[in-house]
Design a protein around this ligand. Sequence first.
Ligand code: NAD
Length: 485
Amino acid sequence: MTHPAQPKASHFINGEYVEDTAGTPIPVIYAATGEQIATVHAATPAIVEQALSTAKAAQKAWAKMTGTERGRILRRAADIMRERNHELSVLETYDTGKPLQETLVADATSGADALEYFGGLAASLTGEHIPLGEDWVYTKREALGLCVGIGAWNYPTQIACWKGAPALACGNSMVFKPSETTPLCALKVAEILIEAGAPAGIYNVIQGMGEVGGALVTDPRVDKVSLTGSVPTGKKVYAAAAEGMKHVTMELGGKSPLIIFDDADIDNAVGGAINGNFYSSGQVCSNGTRVFVQKGIKEKFLARLAERTGNAILGDPMDEATSFGPMVTENQMNIVLGYIEKGKEEGARLICGGKRADMDGYFIEPTVFADVTDEMTIAREEIFGPVMSVLDFDTEEEVVARANDTEFGLSAGVFTKDFTRAHRVIGNLEAGSCFINSYNDAPVEAPFGGVKASGVGRENSKEAIKHFSQVKSVYVRMGDVEAAF
Ligand code: NAD
């Protein structure tokens, strides 16, 4: 019997499901059991061509609609996503293994927020009038054209919407390629947009590995590429986009600092560290994986952290009581277990966890290392799993310098009751998305993105509009034209 997660076909192009079984089969494995629940096929060159030519052809008419009309469609799609939240959350859990307790509140709901927010902005995307005596200049905010979105596997619905909603609001069309690890959810986003009244062809989804992503990025018809992925992939995609002088948004990896001063409320700080390391089993790009704790409260912090981490409920992700799911794949589990071994070898003190959980699926126990030092591998490299490194510090000046000593710059957080210090420290940290007495909130109203190797551009908020549109400036002369001859 076909599993309920199996999509009707692999791709969604021009308003309908499309199949081409000549493409390499991509198995979809449910991370909680290791069972294959679906198969899709990577896009063949014919599918890539079909998606790009369809999106290119559909874009101009979409851009000619009023912002109010485009916005209405996006907001309708948001309503449909909310109505179907349960079904979409179950699919997100099948796609990623993340517990339903999380997916019910963080995935289709956050996708719907993006559709609603950018749907609301669509009608207000105007230019300005610049008076120049008798003459004037007016500006128009125009669509870029055909945009490509390429997703990572940790938030397949959210990423499909965080890229699609602002792109469409601005009058662009999109070809979206989900991660080959989580191909299912983006198809639903495409389906829902059609149901909401979107013209066929403005949002298309095709499957495939890096090769298909590469074919999209290098196509001369493509005007913009928005990638969520790792730094090495980001460098390749950025370089390929530069060849064609394409616009880019790069949402890449991180190794973010979370700084806890000794005047912080310990329970809130522990809560922040848990949210910033163990949500989605640690598979979150903005995680605060270097937790710097001021020496005065270190042992108290570690004791409370170990106690609360012991309350994590590992189990069937479809059971809403489960609060901690598996790694997305066996491969990711092995990568993370490798880092845990490195932590032990390099002399970090294991506080809790530290091994694969004794159950089916790709579960790793939530793991905390203390006495981590700056040069240890677990303090330098992005692990993308439930491994928290706790480092000690004495002074503010010292911790800011150490926090910034990384190629990454996605996020940073600070816990303290001293607000002057909180703002000063955040001001001195090299990061794009920051938190004071909180960690990992990502409301659509706030810009999201990194500095340094963590990325280029911003998603969400009014900032995203700037990255999916461009300004045309028009000089209007009222008098005669003077010329030298
Ligand atoms: P990845 O870099 O392996 O893959 C990302 C996507 O790029 C996939 O869809 C993949 O098929 C595609 N791809 C790979 N090579 C390509 C190429 N040469 N040309 C075009 N496309 C190509 O990343 P992943 O393992 O799927 O995701 C984990 C990474 O993503 C982590 O580093 C994480 O920090 C990062 N991430 C960042 C954010 C953010 O918003 N900053 C969010 C989630 C994940």
